[in-house]
Design a binder for this molecule. Structure first.
Ligand SMILES: Nc1ncnc2c1ncn2[C@@H]1O[C@H](COP(=O)(O)OP(=O)(O)O)[C@@H](O)[C@H]1O
Ligand SMILES: [Mg+2]
Length: 261
């Protein structure tokens, strides 16, 4: 398996701003803002911090903007829809604009005052990071799930993996019975949780796949992401912060499913 940080992570500083993104920012009155690359994902999508020329707090971003080449996987349209639905229910970025621009999709959100759990600041304090990751998922999973219109269940994922993605899903085995159906983050990796200045859970980002699923779909992958991002650190802190003991069978199934995708 490819270690995800080999393909996703902070891009080089000189990463160019795609022309259609620069044009969209100009149309939004942000043409003179500083646009700094912060993240590149596995599908070639880019995230930039947008720092308007005249900010209240010099140097701090006012917006983040995601740009995805069309057809690169998850759509930013689906992410914008989920962010809007979650507003007021759970801390997530608020949507300022969702634009289809030629070969790319553009999602502009208001900057949240936090840093990702894998930022330099929190990587050296894994105790804080793991606690916040556990607290964040617990908070999301404790929301009322009944009215969630989005699905991240096994059937839908198997169909997508076996269908358009053409993966062989026959080796996965039977899905374990559902423990608790909750609203899952859907891309539960450490970089998609933001921590506040005090080290507590601030918000979730990257919610294109958010939907109803067994809570172990999130827990299995988040705990895997801990091994990648905080090697040699005891993951017991995460399980304690979430408030559950690891379930090896469900963890194994949902990791296999994740890897098959
Ligand atoms: N509104 C926001 N406020 C603060 N940070 C953000 C915001 N949106 C994105 N980020 C930062 O940018 C990174 C990349 O965004 P993300 O949505 O995870 O993109 P990707 O789908 O490429 O992984 C996040 O890990 C987070 O650090
Ligand atoms: Mg992400």
């Amino acid at each position: 398996m490819v270690h995800p940080s080999d393909i996703a992570g902070p891009p080089p500083e000189e990463t160019p701003v795609p022309p259609e993104l620069q044009a969209a920012l100009s149309a939004l009155g942000l043409g003179s803002a500083k646009v700094e690359p912060v993240w590149r994902n596995e599908a070639g999508g880019l995230t930039f911090a947008v720092i308007p020329a005249a900010t209240v707090e010099p140097g701090s971003p006012e917006y983040f903007v995601k740009w995805n080449p069309v057809g690169s996987g998850e759509s930013l349209v689906g992410e914008a829809e989920r962010l809007r639905w979650l507003a007021g229910k759970h801390p997530v970025p608020s949507v300022e604009a969702m634009i289809m621009a030629g070969a790319g999709e553009i999602l502009l959100t208001r900057a949240l005052p936090g840093r990702s759990a894998v930022s330099e600041r929190w990587k050296v304090q894994p105790d804080r990071a793991l606690r916040a990751l556990g607290e964040g998922l617990r908070r999301l999973h404790d929301l009322t799930a009944a009215d969630c219109p989005f699905d991240w269940g096994v059937d839908q994922r198997l169909l997508a993996a076996g269908g358009s993605a053409g993966r062989d899903v026959s080796e996965l085995g039977e899905a374990p019975p559902i423990d608790r159906l909750v609203i899952c983050q859907g891309d539960p990796c450490a970089p998609n949780t933001l921590l506040g200045e005090d080290g507590s859970f601030l918000a979730h980002v990257d919610l294109a796949r958010l939907g109803l699923a067994d809570r172990w779909a999130d827990l299995a992958v988040m705990s895997l992401s801990l091994e990648w991002n905080y090697p040699e650190y005891d993951e017991a802190v995460f399980w304690e912060a979430y408030g559950i003991d690891p379930d090896p069978e469900r963890i194994a199934y949902y990791r296999r499913l994740w890897e098959a995708e």
